[in-house]
Design a protein around this ligand. Structure first.
Ligand SMILES: Cc1cc2nc3c(=O)[nH]c(=O)nc-3n(C[C@H](O)[C@H](O)[C@H](O)COP(=O)(O)OP(=O)(O)OC[C@H]3O[C@@H](n4cnc5c(N)ncnc54)[C@H](O)[C@@H]3O)c2cc1C
Length: 434
């Protein structure tokens, strides 16, 4: 008799945890992801700002389950789900029957209908995004150092004062002041503005106000302009226009405003909830489909929406694995209870804010050490942890950043810029070894 088949869509925090929770159960598991690696998204900004390499925060999925014979990995983008026929199909036409389905496809970045976001801004949601942004920053500085006319606008606007925007702004200031000013001595005296724009009246909205103020003060102290209380009206190719009419010109615009559920949610054909998330019952199953579960960023359990951070996905993965075990054993399912373990965000070297649900909070150097420690622990794989630790130690001691190879070929538009003899075909000049 064939074993029950569990299909899991997505190998992020939730999907991996669900698969691990079922690995010793008498089921066959098919784990489908559009990428062959798991991304540790909290450190994406460090890849974008040349602090870490892509493979420091990406981990091959096949490696994770190498010893679990019951888990089969499928590289493919899910494009159809048939709830009645109990099948999931991927773009290349392959289709997979399931007895249980776990949807853990996360989110994608969202423009929230603001004109000009698509095409003029850099999102930060995937490793591709991080590498594209890093490449763009390096290219901007190469162009500027070639003394083009008109001059290259090195100014940066980060839209969104949540943890991603705050971490990004802090990381960029360090990259520019500690690294680029040495790499590009001709630009050392140039004023390179970084502006953080947040529509709410404080940064780090989910944190206690005192920590938000602490974070904003640190950002300002680090020469980052913080604009609060006014949203973005629209984005132009070379600047951001706020609703009050002010315009901030910038050669780099980073969109760190928020996310919406992965299009996988829309494949179910059920009414979606806030942020296009899948409304689920208290046991995380899809109402009317007790064999289908949604977890993590893509799920909307009853009650107050859970934060779209790693812990709800991890805990959801564990919970759903337990529910599937219960169902197989003929036992009833139980409700999911999220345990808030606290929040943290760093603003760069020696500065972070940390908050626990019991009100305990830390900032400054202690907070930063806690941030470093937790991120090291949460990273997947010993090699990644060791690499990240060595990179961080190196960066801390030398103020240098090793990951700033400009690997992609210059675009035709870039060739039009007056690079002259310094054409980037001699790319070895812009490459730095670790
Ligand atoms: C820049 C950034 C910084 C963050 N910082 C923090 C932080 O400091 N702390 C924190 O707790 N959280 C942080 N988060 C949020 C956290 O990463 C997410 O909440 C978490 O990853 C959600 O887990 P998940 O399993 O629901 O989805 P994800 O981890 O996003 O995984 C979804 C998976 O589904 C796959 N997928 C999507 N669509 C398809 C498809 N059609 N077919 C096949 N596969 C598909 C994706 O490739 C991906 O692997 C951050 C997020 C970002 C973007």
């Amino acid at each position: 008799m064939s074993r029950p088949h569990v299909v899991i869509i997505g190998s992020g925090f939730g999907g991996i945890r669900a698969a691990k929770g079922l690995a010793d159960v008498d089921v066959d598991i098919t784990l489908i992801d559009a990428n062959n690696f798991h991304t540790f998204q909290p450190l994406l900004y460090q890849v974008a700002t040349a602090g870490l390499d892509a493979d420091d925060i990406g981990f091959p999925i096949r490696r994770i389950f190498r010893r679990n014979r019951s888990v089969t990995f499928v590289l493919g983008e899910v494009t159809a789900i048939d709830l009645d026929g109990r099948t999931v199909a991927v773009r290349d036409g392959r289709s997979f029957d399931y007895d249980f389905l776990v949807i853990a496809a996360g989110t994608i970045s969202a423009s929230f209908g603001v004109d000009g976001v698509d095409g003029n801004t850099f999102p930060l949601k995937t490793l591709d995004d991080a590498l594209r942004l890093r490449s763009h920053l390096l290219t901007q500085f190469e162009r500027a150092s070639a003394a083009g006319d008109p001059p290259v606008d090195l100014g940066i606007v980060v839209v969104g004062g949540g943890p991603t925007g705050v971490e990004m702004a802090g990381g960029l200031r360090e990259l520019i002041d500690r690294v680029f000013r040495k790499d590009y001595p001709g630009l050392a005296a140039t004023d390179i503005p970084i502006t953080l724009i947040e529509a709410a009246d404080r940064v780090l909205g989910p944190f206690q106000p005192a920590l938000s103020e602490q974070a904003a003060a640190t950002l300002r102290h680090r020469n980052i302009t913080v604009e609060l209380g006014v949203g973005v009206d629209h984005v132009e190719p070379d600047g951001v226009v706020l609703r009050d009419g002010r315009r901030f010109s910038a050669g780099t615009i980073i969109w760190a405003v928020g996310v919406t559920a992965s299009p996988v949610a829309g494949l179910l054909g059920v009414p979606l909830g806030r942020g296009n998330r899948i409304p689920v019952a208290d046991d995380l199953s899809l109402p009317g489909h007790p064999n289908v579960f949604a977890i993590g960023d893509i799920a909307l359990p009853p009650g107050d929406p859970l934060p779209q951070v790693a812990q709800p996905a991890i805990q959801g993965g564990t919970h759903v694995a337990a529910q599937i075990r219960a169902r197989l054993a003929g036992r009833p399912t139980s409700p999911f209870h999220y345990r808030d373990k606290g929040s943290m965000a760093t603003i760069g070297r020696n500065q972070a804010v940390v908050e626990f649900p019991n009100g305990l909070r830390f900032h400054g150097f202690i907070g930063w050490l806690m941030w470093l420690g937790l991120h090291l622990i949460e990273l997947m794989g010993f090699r990644n942890r060791a690499n990240v630790f060595v990179n961080w130690a190196w960066n801390y001691l030398t103020y240098d950043r090793g990951s700033r190879l400009l690997l992609d070929r210059p675009t035709p538009a870039m060739r039009d810029e007056p690079l002259g003899a310094a054409d980037l075909s001699s790319r070895s000049e812009v490459q730095n070894e670790r």
